[in-house]
Write a protein that binds this ligand. Structure first.
Ligand SMILES: [Fe+2]
Ligand SMILES: [Fe+2]
Length: 293
């Protein structure tokens, strides 16, 4: 490593504020979880076998998502040039490590479950983000594609009231994840501006690939969501709106119109219809979209 004595600091973005806000809002995962185990012991929650399996499947994906977010944020922190962005990423890595051990402890102590594998489409999303060398793709994938879906799942788990422990701990996750999105929205524009047209096209194609994996991933947990009393279509629509809102915010930061994302939005809408409402899609259109995506 070469020490950059003239380390860059972006006066406009002040991303170090994300780090300071993170420090103000920090919470102790062990203390919170132990307190909740004491207040809501296992015997007061009457979950049937299907509900337990559904929670294991959904929280298993969340667990490995937290792991991927933790290692990716650590890597981004090491590679960013701007010290505000470095601070925001290291603060995110700290949060994600806490999210990882809280979910892991919940699964082990509450459900006596040790997660192993997860559904293939969810795994592909995490692998794509972890394995790409491109910082722009990592930021787009983690901050603007995965975080909105994670926030959505936390919100719906909280609202389902399936377990009072989850209803109390999920808002703490939601609050942390909402802070992480800022790093993507503020730092990604400078990386996009440096891209050639060809790279921009590749970048958008990669994003479409990731979204399609996410749609398949949500389809895989459709039955589990229903088992927990959560409507899968509502989850999908909420996540989709959150992702689109993030992309629009990003367009405003870059200073381009929202139209740049319209092909992406069209493909999401079409693939969503095909996945969740196949009978409402024209058979020829279904063949074409399945062939290309
Ligand atoms: Fe997280
Ligand atoms: Fe996060």
């Amino acid at each position: 490593m070469i020490i950059p004595f003239d380390i860059h600091y972006d006066e406009k973005n002040h991303l170090d504020k994300v780090y300071h806000r993170g420090q103000e809002k920090i919470w102790d995962g062990i203390k919170v979880l132990d307190g909740l185990f004491e207040r809501f012991p296992n015997d007061i929650v009457d979950l049937n076998d299907d509900q337990i399996r559904a929670l294991e499947n959904i929280l298993g994906i969340i667990l490995w998502g937290e792991f991927a977010a933790w290692t990716t944020a650590s890597e981004m922190s090491a590679r960013f040039d701007d010290y505000g962005a470095k601070m925001a990423a290291v603060s995110q890595a700290h949060d994600e490590a806490r999210h990882f051990y809280v979910i892991r402890n919940y699964l082990q102590e509450r459900l006596d479950y040790k997660p192993k594998s997860i559904f293939k489409p969810a795994l592909r999303v995490l692998e794509e983000i972890s394995q790409t060398k491109s910082l722009a793709k990592k930021l787009l994938g983690l901050q603007l594609m995965v975080e909105p879906v994670a926030i959505t799942i936390f919100r719906f788990l909280r609202k389902s009231e399936i377990d009072p422990i989850l209803s109390e701990v999920m808002p703490l996750f939601e609050q942390d994840e909402a802070r992480h999105i800022a790093l993507g929205v503020k730092y990604l524009p400078s990386l996009i501006k440096e891209m050639s047209l060809l790279r921009k096209i590749g970048f958008i194609m990669w994003q479409i690939k990731l979204i399609l994996y996410e749609i398949r991933g949500l389809k895989c947990i459709e039955e589990d969501l229903k088992t927990l009393g959560i409507c899968p279509k509502e989850v999908f629509e909420f996540a989709e709106n959150k992702q689109i809102a993030c992309l629009k915010e990003l367009s405003a930061e870059i200073g381009v119109g929202e139209k740049i994302w319209s092909p992406v939005i069209k493909i999401i809408e079409f693939k969503k219809r095909l996945t969740f409402y196949p009978h409402k899609t024209h058979p020829i259109a279904r063949k074409v979209i399945n062939c290309f995506f």
